[in-house]
Design a protein around this ligand. Structure first.
Ligand code: XIL
Length: 390
């Protein structure tokens, strides 16, 4: 019953929002321009609209960081108050070889975000993906043992997190360490160092960057078993006095995925641990998911393009845009209702063209998962999001 009332409220707000939009376009003397004027209706400023609730962030790609998309840069500074590098601080980019660091992009982003007073989240120090093979080998090419790998981890964290202490406000220290059942994922980190590798990573990050908030970040954290895995992890660190300040739920979602009640339960459960809760990589795919078994964000998925999985190559039909609007309203109802528990909501990209969902889990598709379209226009439904669920 409560759920029905709730869906009705969302639906009512949505209808109201669409009526408002069409009223605006009715004022347009040229009806053929009404669709365009929908797009031109004054956008809301996300960071203002949500300022009393949570930060609103976006991931920035390398070309954006390097200033090669000036329009996107002004959108970032006008709309968002937090940024995360989409790839530029990952191990393979910033530390591609044992004795070679590449700090150009990260230095540029640090300067940009400090100048514009954006809350910068470093992403990420320890992950099984986008990490070069040499990390798990000794200098002579033989496989690393526990001691050698811990030393490699320490040098990396000191060099990267240490370089930016006081300039990067938070780090995703460890990314995706858990299996779907909440147990520790069997990565090279786990295999070589053992169960306590996360504890070492967090302790090293705290030492290298004492001013940064330190987070654990993962996908599918709405799942009850995975949620329990995070709770065990956080409690273990807390009981050992190792700092952990928050948990990030990635949130690579779709029109019918996941169950938002479970999402809400996880937000509440993580907040009850006395730590920050963030939504760190929000996007909502409108495309059919080609591998039902593996929905989530397993970056190793790479399926061959089939046109039946790319149904909207030119533009998104209005009926599907309405479904996207409805889904975003449902997600923001959860976020707005729990605003006191949430520190930040970050979208995984500024606009649809940039989104990694065009290339994952299948390359070459056309997805529409973000709040700004391919020409950087704010989507019409966005203005209703601040009221969702209230
Ligand atoms: C993705 C990037 O968006 C892509 O450009 C890259 O090719 C692969 O990684 N979970 C994470 C992010 O924590 O770092 C991933 O980003 C998406 C899934």
């Amino acid at each position: 019953m409560a759920n029905n009332t709730y869906s009705f409220k969302i639906y009512a707000i949505l209808v109201l929002c669409l009526m408002l939009i069409s009223c605006q376009s009715d004022k347009n003397p040229n009806p053929s321009k009404s669709a365009a004027s929908n797009q031109q209706a004054k956008p809301i400023v996300l960071k203002e609209a949500f300022k009393e609730r949570y930060r609103v962030g976006t991931a920035m790609s390398l070309v954006q960081i390097m200033g090669e998309e000036p329009d996107t840069l002004s959108l970032v500074t006008s709309q968002f108050n937090s940024v995360t590098p989409e790839n530029s601080m990952k191990w393979e980019r910033i530390h591609p070889e044992r004795n070679k660091y590449k700090f150009k992009a990260s230095d540029t982003l640090v300067e940009f975000s400090n100048q514009n007073k954006l809350f910068l989240v470093g992403h990420t120090l320890v992950w099984h993906s986008q990490t070069p093979d040499w990390v798990f080998q000794q200098a002579d090419g033989s496989p690393s043992d526990r001691k050698a790998l811990l030393e490699t981890m320490r040098l990396h964290i000191e060099a990267v997190a240490g370089r930016y202490d006081g300039k990067i406000q938070a780090w995703d220290v460890v990314n995706e360490a858990l299996n779907e059942d909440g147990s520790l994922r069997s990565s090279k980190w786990h295999e070589i160092i053992g169960d306590d590798y996360l504890e070492h990573a967090f302790a090293m990050a705290a030492k290298a960057s004492p001013h940064a908030k330190l987070y654990y970040n993962d996908y599918n954290l709405f799942k009850p078993e995975k949620r329990q895995g995070v709770i065990r992890l956080v409690k273990r660190l807390q009981s050992k006095g190792i700092p952990i300040h928050g948990v990030g739920l990635q949130a690579h979602y779709a029109l019918d995925y996941p169950d938002l009640n479970e999402f809400e339960d996880s937000i509440k459960a993580f907040a009850a641990l006395g730590i920050d809760v963030m939504i760190t990589e929000l996007d909502v795919s409108v495309l059919p998911f080609p591998d039902e078994e593996n929905q989530g964000a397993d970056v190793s998925l790479n399926l061959a393009l089939q046109s039946k999985f790319d149904p909207y190559p030119n533009q998104l039909p209005e009926s599907v845009e309405l479904q996207l609007a409805q889904r975003y309203m449902e997600i923001f109802s959860v976020l707005n209702r729990n605003a006191k528990l949430i520190d930040r909501v970050t979208f995984w990209g500024v606009h649809d063209k940039q989104s990694w969902r065009n290339g994952w889990p299948m390359q070459g598709r056309h997805d529409y998962p973000l709040l700004f379209d391919r020409s950087l226009k704010q989507k019409a439904f966005v203005k209703a999001l601040p009221q969702a669920g209230l």
